[in-house]
Design a protein. Structure first.
Length: 334
């Protein structure tokens, strides 16, 4: 299954799987996820060549049917112009180097962000790849209670398991012809991450992959678990959690920042930012001791930085378990 980028005359855009029956009258029944007549076009040398030439933009669904993946990618964006995407990428790369995990970096096709990649020598369970990636991000102080507002947006794959209701999220393939002419979507030289390797094919041929056993070592060392923060009924949070959270956090219980972020994450798509700030300010009066006013503002800004279409998709640092989007709705990164 090969997703291809499209853009309408009205300016809307997205990715859809290439299908032989697309737009055929009385045959095409979009959305793709529920169409019984889907006849997907497989990846071919010609499709890849046209992507290299810049004739179109292709993507890839990282999460396979058996909930494994061949790579884990991180998306770092600076579309607002006030995020240190490059410094975040360098910090993540350095942590990977310390842990002896080969990490590779490309500039996104927009040129305003970066994608980091860790490749595996064979498909590994997505939960293992994602658990380790989040732990590396926390080690680099890019996410977590003590992290500044960062450029990190999401991981690909963005969920541990497929729900059967869609195809999962996707990421644009590298080496796109038009973007490549500007130095984007190409492997970057880690000496400063400002210039691509002169010989992309040589750099590609020298990519190193790690195995599942390498992930297992870190999982054991850092005591990581799958779906660590879900309840037994599969929901992200138990009934009544919000009422309990709004009662405040006692000084003997750690987690004021994480609780505040969790509350803000719940309201992020329900209320304006100023109202969320008001709620957190009131909640903070019940904390013992309360957080600084600047910390409350930082929590709200951080949540809006990671804002998703559905608050239940919040996955950063134990807040909300994600729910997979359909092929038409799945967020993509380029």
């Amino acid at each position: 299954m090969v997703p291809k980028f499209w853009q309408s005359k009205t300016g809307s855009s997205g990715y859809s799987p290439l299908c032989r029956n697309e737009w055929k009258e009385d045959v095409c029944k979009k959305p793709c996820r529920s169409c019984q007549n889907a006849d997907y076009i497989p990846l071919s040398d010609q499709l890849i060549l046209d992507h290299f030439k810049g004739n179109h933009i292709l993507g890839v669904y990282p999460l396979l049917k058996d909930n494994t993946c061949n790579f884990i990618a991180g998306d770092f964006d600076n579309h607002s112009g006030d995020r240190g995407a490059l410094s975040d990428v360098k910090a993540f790369y350095e942590v990977c180097q310390v842990q002896e995990i080969p990490c590779y970096v490309l500039r996104s096709k927009s040129g305003k962000g970066y994608h980091t990649y860790i490749f595996f020598n064979k498909p590994v369970p997505a939960w293992k790849a994602r658990s380790v990636a989040f732990a590396l991000l926390q080690e680099a102080r890019i996410i977590g209670d003590d992290a500044d507002i960062s450029s990190f947006d999401r991981l690909f794959p963005n969920q541990d398991e497929l729900t059967g209701k869609g195809l999962g999220n996707l990421i644009a393939l590298p080496f796109q012809g038009k973007a490549g002419k500007a130095g984007h979507t190409l492997l970057l030289d880690p000496s400063d991450y400002t210039k691509p390797y002169n010989d992309q094919w040589e750099a590609l041929s020298e990519i190193k992959r790690i195995g599942e056993s390498d992930l297992d070592s870190l999982i054991d060392e850092w005591d990581l678990e799958p779906k660590k923060h879900r309840t037994n009924n599969g929901e992200a949070n138990p009934d009544g959690w919000l009422i309990e959270a709004l009662k405040g956090v006692d000084k003997n219980i750690p987690g004021r920042n994480s609780t505040g972020t969790k509350i803000a994450g719940y309201f992020v798509n329900k209320l304006p930012k100023k109202d969320i700030l008001t709620i957190l300010t009131a909640w903070n009066t019940h904390n013992a001791p309360p957080l600084d006013e600047s910390a409350i503002s930082k929590i709200v800004e951080s949540v809006y930085r990671y804002k998703k279409r559905n608050a239940d998709e919040w996955e950063i640092n134990l807040h909300f378990a994600g729910r997979e989007k359909s092929c038409a709705e799945a967020p993509a990164s380029g």
